[in-house]
Ligand binder design. Sequence first.
Ligand SMILES: [Mg+2]
Length: 350
Amino acid sequence: MIEDKNPQRTSIAQLGEFGLIDHLTKNFEINQASTLKGIGDDAAVLDFKDKKVVISTDIMVEGVHFDLAYMPLKHLGYKAVVTNVSDICAMNAKATQITVSIAVSNRFPLEALEELFQGITLAANEYKVDVIGGDTTSSQKGLIISITVLGEADADEIVYRNGAKATNLLVVTGDIGAAYMGLQVLEREKQVFQVNPNSQPDLELYTYLIERQLKPEARKDVRTLLHALEIKPTSMIDISDGLSSEIIHLCKQSKVGCNLYEDKLPLDPQFINVCEEFDIDSTTVAINGGEDYELLFTIPIEDFDKIKGNPNFSIIGHMTEESEGIHLVTRANTKIPLKARGWNALSESE
Ligand SMILES: [Mg+2]
């Protein structure tokens, strides 16, 4: 499906490891004041002064987390950075540095790694994170990419998963479910392509969904938006595995229950249309599909007036006493217990 438009293939072995690292990292810039020394010594040196430091790490394995049949390497590099930055956003912190480690088989020429690093560079510029180190090694099969991200925040800014209270409102940014349907569209096109390699996919009706799958963005803006509204969430998490799974994380850690309202779920019109086309229930996908990288958080009910009608945020439910359980309230006003199915489980059940 993704044709190799670049016939040039330079073997990685020709460069050697140090030549390869020099080549791939030459475009990285240093933007953060906290980066005293980036790439080029035995270790990076950082100075966060009186800030707290938050750290998260994520690994992506070919064939498990991505399929290079429809995931261009440039997008993969971008997405690998975004998924990490999103976890820092979910702490209400600002991402500042990343390290990037890759393991590649000799199936990948230098040009493929250049493409991967173009995506990483693009995301590093977009999110103003300095690439301060990493490692490169060979793998027997496939591509593995591991990124560690660091971020900073004042101690009193950091938001954990365990602070939700029984009467808090449950809020989500953006819209949900689109990334999962984007994946369904790409999987379908891959199968069409396998049967007929000459077929030209017409993906115009699916552009938003595909972009949400292939080039998601982390909500680095939410920290600023909430600060301007003078709202500090009581708990927060990013939506990587699916809304219901993330709600259950917040509830378990905060020892509260939750009512989530089906008619409040923010769904994009393209998402609704494609769910109909695939004959899949849009609510099921919206609450179980993952990889939206939106933020889910709780706020005191007193903050309702500050947030209502704001196009960046949707109030989708409220927290309850733990004993009341975790439920989806349907349009027909019936209560269904929420289960953490996650997007992997969703695809297995089909
Ligand atoms: Mg997360």
